[in-house]
Design a protein around this ligand. Structure first.
Ligand code: ADP
Length: 483
């Protein structure tokens, strides 16, 4: 398979409107997880490269913040349309570097573009207000201003969407932006930069730096010139970056790990619950922070749910993301295979039963058999840790109070799902769940229209929706006197 537009495959970083190498000249390989083959080399940048990007973003901010929201919207709209025009190429690049099935990659490209479309418009609505004053000869004015230079550090599981849902509101608000994508998936990020340039995003406004995470992260979090960090990734790294931002009192948005429960009550529509379960569990081969990590199923429907989920799971087509109809691509790396195997082994040692799957797939490399476990109990690792793979552990509960308590018994609070046809229960459970997002009779909840984000150790801040713009705006209060 070949790209229609070969210029979307970039091998240099993008800083200040130029394609650049690392100052050291060093590079690193980007590999295809389905074959292990090297796709290309990209720059292995370090501190001095990051500092140059910060300088570029700082000087570009002077002009960009003065553009009108409408001028920015025109450029963002153009970027959005270029993403759609090039969706096939962007999807192919994503499948090559990340492994997800091509149809899912295309879905992500369209989802990623939707944030640019949304925030192009939403940027026009960064309204201030005039507040009734405390003194007759004064007026209180509150305006909104861009926070300044924004740094983003993004993960490999959504190589495109995790960038646009930060970059689009930042640029719409008048901020300039530097992103360090994950080492596994820099090519989608660089393709976005190519399209941003074609759309007319001025030099220095959108920058992509690739390379050494610690070195680049140290500058992005340590620089006084960077006024905000937006991070999506693991809770451990998120805590570290938040601490690194403390010295310069930066604003931070964090979208971290999850441990999503998926509760099925006896009164649920079983077919609907199974549809939702499959979509929630196996998207991106289980490698999303909102993927179900624990199925909690009421005793009366337990056996039927286990049987239904196992039948559907066993029917999933596993293979290379480039093959038609494949639903489960390879895992991102060997460590991911080891983690899922360790979770299965721990559960089985403590009494769980493998209903289907349970071991590495015969395709080899990082493919793993989609797995269903029953008779899972809360003393097992899967109760507490995020597996981030195609493993469906099914716990049993007896009543609503127990279900809510089990669901909340985690440090995380990102997404939760439940299925019930009882209206009163729907309200009680939705309100009882300590989560930032709740799917009620729905297994897929992400959209640019709604605020995405978590509570507790799952993070701070929201992405998408009108709240997503707030993250990139400051308030300024002006008291006008002597009237
Ligand atoms: P995952 O476990 O999903 O790979 P990580 O939190 O390790 O999640 O990675 C998310 C992003 O954070 C990636 O871009 C990665 O390069 C970056 N990252 C990892 N460690 C650090 C660090 N010490 N400083 C800055 N960025 C880091």
């Amino acid at each position: 398979m070949k790209l229609k537009d070969s210029r979307l495959l970039r091998q240099q970083a993008y800083v200040d409107g130029r394609w650049v190498d690392a100052l050291s000249g060093e590079t690193f390989a980007v590999c295809n997880p389905a074959t292990g083959e090297e796709i290309v080399q990209v720059p292995w940048m370090a501190e001095a490269d990051a500092a140059a990007a910060v300088e570029a973003a700082e000087s570009a901010f002077v002009k960009w913040r003065k553009t009108t929201a409408k001028e920015r919207a025109v450029i963002l709209r153009c970027w959005y349309e270029l993403m759609l025009d090039n969706a096939d190429d962007l999807a192919l690049l994503m499948t090559l570097e990340q492994g997800k099935p091509l149809s899912e990659a295309k879905g992500e490209v369209i989802y990623a573009a939707s944030f640019i479309e949304w925030f192009a418009e939403e940027g026009k609505r960064a309204y201030g207000e005039i507040v009734p004053s405390h003194k007759p000869d004064t007026r209180i004015l509150v305006s909104r201003e861009p926070v300044g230079v924004v740094a983003a550090i993004t993960p490999w599981n959504f190589p495109s969407a995790m960038i646009t849902r930060k970059a689009a509101p930042a640029l719409a608000a008048g901020c300039t932006f530097i992103c360090k994508p994950a080492e596994d998936t820099p090519l989608s990020a660089l393709a976005l930069a190519e399209l941003a340039e074609r759309a007319g995003v001025p030099a220095g406004v959108f920058n992509i730096i690739t390379g050494n995470p610690k070195a680049l992260g140290a500058i992005l979090t340590g620089s006084e010139k960077v006024r905000k960090l937006s991070f999506t990734g693991s809770t451990g790294v998120g805590k570290l970056l938040m601490a690194q931002c403390a010295d310069t009192v930066k604003r931070v948005s964090l979208e971290l790990g999850g441990n999503a429960p998926f509760i099925v009550f006896d009164d649920a529509d079983l077919d609907r619950a199974l549809d939702g379960a499959m979509a929630s569990k196996y998207r991106n081969t289980g490698q999303t922070c909102v993927c179900t990590n624990r199925f909690l199923v009421q005793a009366g429907i337990y056996d039927r749910f286990v049987e239904g989920l196992a039948a559907r799971t066993a029917a999933l087509k596993v293979g290379s993301g480039l093959e038609p109809d494949v639903q489960q691509g390879p895992l991102i790396n060997q460590a991911a295979v080891e983690k899922i195997q360790a979770h299965i082994d721990d559960a089985v040692a403590k009494g769980a039963e493998v209903v289907c799957g349970g071991k590495p797939h015969e395709l080899g490399r990082t493919w793993f058999e989609p797995t269903v476990l029953k008779n899972v109990t809360t003393d097992m690792c899967v109760a507490r840790e995020e597996t981030f793979g195609p493993l469906a552990p099914i716990f049993k509960f007896t009543d609503e109070t127990e279900a809510i308590a089990m669901a909340n018994a985690t440090e995380y609070g990102l997404a939760a799902y439940f299925y019930s046809r009882d209206l009163g229960r729907c309200w009680r459970v939705a309100e009882g769940l300590e989560y930032g997002m709740v799917g009620i009779n729905e297994g897929v909840i992400s959209t640019e229209l709604a605020p995405f984000g978590g509570i507790k150790a799952s993070g701070l801040g929201r992405e998408g929706a009108r709240q997503g713009l707030e993250e990139y705006l400051e308030y300024k209060y002006m008291l006008m006197g002597g009237l």
